[in-house]
Ligand binder design. Sequence first.
Ligand SMILES: Cc1cc2nc3c(=O)[nH]c(=O)nc-3n(C[C@H](O)[C@H](O)[C@H](O)COP(=O)(O)O)c2cc1C
Length: 169
Amino acid sequence: MNQTVLDAIYQRRSIRDYTGTPVEPDKLREIVRAGSWAPSGLNNQPWRFVTISRRRVIDQLAGLTRYSHIIKGAPALIAVYLDRQEMYNEVKDHQAAGACLQNMLLAAEALDLGAVWLGEILNRQTEVNQLLELAAHYQLMAVIALGYPAHRGQKSQRKPLAELLINEI
Ligand SMILES: Cc1cc2nc3c(=O)[nH]c(=O)nc-3n(C[C@H](O)[C@H](O)[C@H](O)COP(=O)(O)O)c2cc1C
């Protein structure tokens, strides 16, 4: 069996430290494309993206979160949005955004990049939209910080399956 997807799922870790090497625009676009191939209810594809490599904008966004050190150290960011004008169901469209984000993290892993899903910045979503000159119908879902990992092999924990699997009927 081809293990590529499972390998990426198990090997992916949130990477918060990056080398100074810039992320190639083609790779950023590939990650966005992978996000766009996530499933969505009625295939409505409510997600929208802003890729950000300009240092001045990255530094301004860093000022809007307590994770500023992660954003400042990242050569690139991708802001992931829901377009509220394209939505049909509050819960299902948010689920689709989650699927989209996970696709993007796995794509980053496949492209030898390291990435982290940043949610805390949602507390300042109005200011993020102002900075990116986006209308209010774009609702921020997350900012992904990414770059080439400064180090790998980071550990993470998961609850044992016995705690998660309620039943096997
Ligand atoms: C909805 C969501 C919000 C998150 N927000 C942040 C954040 O603001 N800052 C951060 O450093 N990591 C954030 N993370 C990353 C988690 O901390 C990380 O996925 C978790 O600790 C498991 O570690 P792993 O991804 O390396 O397996 C977020 C992840 C998710 C799914």
